[in-house]
Design a binder for this molecule. Sequence first.
Ligand code: URA
Length: 435
Amino acid sequence: MRMYDLIMKKRNGAALTKEEIEFMVKGFTDGSIPDYQMSAMMMAVYFQGMTEEETLYLTLAMQHSGDVLDLTAISGIKVDKHSTGGVGDKTSLALAPMVAACGIKVAKMSGRGLGHTGGTIDKLESFPGFSTEISTEQFFENVEKNSIAIMGQTKDLAPADKKLYALRDVTATVDNMSLIASSIMSKKLAAGADAIVLDVKTGSGAFMKAEKDAFALAEEMVKIGKNAGKETIAVVSDMDQPLGEAVGNILEVKEAIATLNGNGPKDFETLCITLGSHMLVAGKAAENEEQAENMLREVIQNGKALEKLAQFVTSQGGDASYVYEPEKFEKAAIIEEITAPETGYVSAVNCEEIGNCSLVLGGGRETKESSIDLTVGLVLKKKRGDFVKKGEVMAQIYGNDRGKTDNAKERFLKAFRFSDKAPEQTAFIKGIVKV
Ligand code: URA
């Protein structure tokens, strides 16, 4: 088999076979197929597309290019959750303890963030002493005993995807549905869960800006999951403004804790309950979504979800007193208010730009090597549809550097649009995709 012939075949619009895709992924991973040939192939795929079968074969080949976690030693149905990413996305921090408190086993691999705030691991490290660098034995033991453990993604999880994503990133071939769906699902399948619940975002702060593209991606991923023999469900939700109010690592951890106390922002709580109810049904802890929702509300009300977070933090070396006394978390040196420049309804928010403000403050990483300031960020007091008077507080900003804070403030205000009329109400949950 020759890579040249496969490139020509795809360029001319034919479908590649399973063997051809396996040959290509293996060769690219071991270096025998050079970057320039794979780049040409990715561009051919970009223009010709891939069939459902090809997309599945590509996903499976990338899944098996490295370690595939075997969770069968852990009893029960293991359900994983994945978000396509957005601004203020602290969902795992609240959702994982909520579903674990309802009896679902959460065995999760998470990553550090690149971009406007940290990833789940960075946020968890806000708890002094907390570590995700636990051994596989400890990980299994914690999941069996406490129903919850989160460990850092191993280097060997879907290495083909890692290499291919880096190549796509510099060859203008990221935004193809089959390539995005296979990239995400190869990692999810390698992480070993029995069922997968996907949180697909749409809007100005999401990877998929247009709702129809978010649904198309959700459908592609759900089909891959089903064809790979795993129950897969996708929830498509709004990311046209930040999720909840807090953007920034410690601020988001505090908001997740408030949500577990029953005092979280409505949209964030709705998302946790929606994703959680599908996780509970997929994991057979509830018969239907309605029953699942009641169970999730109950573990918030009776404090079991918060207790679960504390148990989880302790089991991975962290100081759980912060769960009960979040005011103990370190604070930024500069805490100021940003006030409205005019009177009117907030008609639109450039969500990505709010994420960039957090990045400017030092809350995210520009490169993998950059360090992250856990204390900085923003807490929004006004969101789309709210009426605001000139001079009223729009947000609180948390910074540690005068120049960066002023820069972020200026950018923050430019991210808002005001209008005399209230904007049309839009649904927060856009839909559920199952097959
Ligand atoms: N996230 C991924 O993991 N892969 C993509 O291709 C796009 C977003």
